[in-house]
Structure formats: C-alpha cells, structure tokens
Write a protein that binds this ligand. Structure first.
Ligand code: NAP
Length: 265
C-alpha cells in the first residue's frame, strides 16, 4: 500500500503531516506522492477539492481519507487527535467505500477552421458560469428541450456532494450524496415582464445533459471548485453527471444528515 499526504498551507496541517509521516514509517507503510493507492488529506473540505484536482488523471486508482484540522467537514471524517486510529484504519480491509461522482463539463469552442473543438473538464463540488460585469444571456437546453432564456449574473451546476457548498448559498436543495443527480441554481437572474426564468433550483437526473449556449461568453468566468478561468471563444457548455467518481474510505455510514445538522442548525 502506497500512501500520499496532501495538506493545505496552514501550520497546524503541516504539523499533522509530520506526525503522520512518523507514524506511517513506524508501521512500514510506503509514502508515495506520485502513485498512491490512498491519499490522506490534511486540512478542510477545500483541501480535498485541491487534492482531487491534483490527482484527477489517476482518480480511479485512488481512495481518499480526510483529516480535518478545523471542525469536521463533509469530505473529512477524522480529527488530528485521532492519528493513531487513522493509521490502524488504513491497514484494515477497506470495504466501506463511497463513490461520489464528478461533474462533467464539456466546453465547445469554434476553432479557426470552423470545426468545433471541445475540452473535457471536471468539477467535484460545482461549476459556475459568472459574468461579473454585464448581464449574461444564456439559452438553457435540457437534452433536446429548449428550456429557457436566462438573463442575469450566471448559473451554478453542482454535484450531490457540492450541494452543501456554493449551491446552498444560492438557495439550492441539499442532496443526499449517494443520489445520482445534479442541480442547477440561478445566480441573480433577471425576472420581470420581459425576461422570465424558472426561478427554482432544478434537480436533474444523471442521464440528462444541460447545455448552456450564448453568442457572447467573452466576459464570462467559469469556475470549477477553487479553479477559475476565462475563455474567449466558447459557444456551448455541456454539463452532466460524469461516470468518473472520487472514492472515499468511510469511517461510518450515514453521517450526512448529522453533519448538516451540526453545520447549519
Ligand atoms: P475554500 O476556502 O476552499 O472553501 C470555502 C468554504 O466552503 C470552506 O469553508 C470549505 O470548508 C467549504 N466547502 C468546500 N466544499 C464544501 C462542501 N462540499 N460542502 C460544504 N462546505 C464546503 O474556498 P475556494 O477555494 O474559494 O472554493 C472552494 C469552494 O468554495 C467552491 O467549490 C465553492 O463551493 C465554495 N464557494 C462558496 C461560495 C459561497 O457560498 N458564496 C462562493 C465561492 C466559493 P473547509 O473550511 O472545510 O475547507
């Protein structure tokens, strides 16, 4: 078994990393940051997002265990006071795994030869499409159905596990992490006698695809979790639930509603 430790920049996380290294070496467990079987993240849920993107190309070969150096998070089951238990747990049979899907984001741009060039990207919490400067016009299609013409700041499309993050701040529903669906929420839509959007968050089943199209994505920023980029020539964005997923070794089943209660109530 090869183990990597992925930490955020906080001093407390580095101290935990040092202690973990000592305990792993004592047990004869190999530390390998390049080709790990298991990644221990030390930090918060944000650190898990960074780790997922760091290992995105080999995500199917890796299992994650999260140690939270703050309070417990949604992706993190362990505290720094439990490092001996974590090392014991590492060496047990890992049957209790959860697989959380990634969001698939396909950006299509018109190449110089007028052929469509598409880029495949992934998000673990959500993607947002944001226009901070101007009213963004978007046509929203669900599979083959033209659904609405959106005007406003943007939209957020989140995974079930991302539903407790940005999606929640936008008034989206909390989705139980094992449900195979994704969600679209609006960001400051314009609704009046001329422009009308649905206004409610949409929960979309895994087999459907949302396509966002616009004549003008020029000033738009696309975020994926903590990452953000601007694109000049994008014409169409296809979003769906990917069949790629992130695997966690879970300490116990059924902690989700408990976490929701602890965090938000
Ligand atoms: P970050 O500091 O890494 O994360 C921002 C906060 O979101 C942190 O408190 C983090 O928890 C928490 N978080 C992350 N994933 C979560 C999840 N699945 N459920 C519940 N809470 C979660 O910030 P960042 O680098 O800018 O972006 C990372 C994430 O921040 C994005 O994916 C987005 O969901 C969220 N975000 C939220 C808003 C908003 O609510 N208005 C705006 C922008 C971004 P930890 O403290 O445990 O790391």
């Amino acid at each position: 078994m090869r183990v990597a430790i992925y930490t955020n920049e906080r001093e407390v996380s580095w101290q935990v990393k040092q202690q973990l290294i000592e305990k792993l070496v004592e047990q004869g467990i190999e530390i390998d940051d390049h080709c790990p079987d298991i990644v221990l993240t030390v930090g918060g849920d944000g650190t898990v997002l960074h780790a997922v993107h760091h290992y995105i190309n080999q995500i199917e070969d890796i299992k994650f265990i999260g140690i939270h150096t703050g309070h417990l998070g949604y992706y993190t089951d362990w505290l720094p006071s439990e490092l001996d238990e974590v090392v014991d747990f590492l060496q047990q049979d890992h049957r209790n795994v959860c697989q959380y899907p990634l969001l698939s984001i396909v950006l299509c741009e018109c190449g110089s030869t007028s052929y469509e060039v598409c880029h495949q990207l992934y998000a673990f919490n959500e993607m947002t499409l944001l226009n901070a400067y101007r009213t963004q016009h978007l046509n929203v299609t669900i599979d083959d159905l033209f659904f609405e013409s959106f005007r406003g700041t943007g939209v957020c499309l989140s995974t079930p596990t991302g539903s407790t993050a940005y999606n929640k701040s936008l008034g989206g529903a909390l989705i139980y992490p094992t449900l195979r669906a994704f969600q679209m929420t609006e960001i400051a839509s314009i609704n009046n006698n001329v422009f009308r959007t649905i206004g409610s968050p949409l929960i979309i089943p895994e087999e459907q695809t949302v396509t966002l199209q616009s004549e003008n994505f020029k000033d738009v920023t696309i975020t994926r979790d903590h990452l953000y980029e601007s694109y000049q020539n994008i014409q169409k964005i296809r979003v769906s639930l990917s069949n790629r997923s992130v695997t966690f070794i879970k300490r116990r089943e059924g902690l989700f509603w408990n976490r929701v209660k602890q965090h938000f109530l």
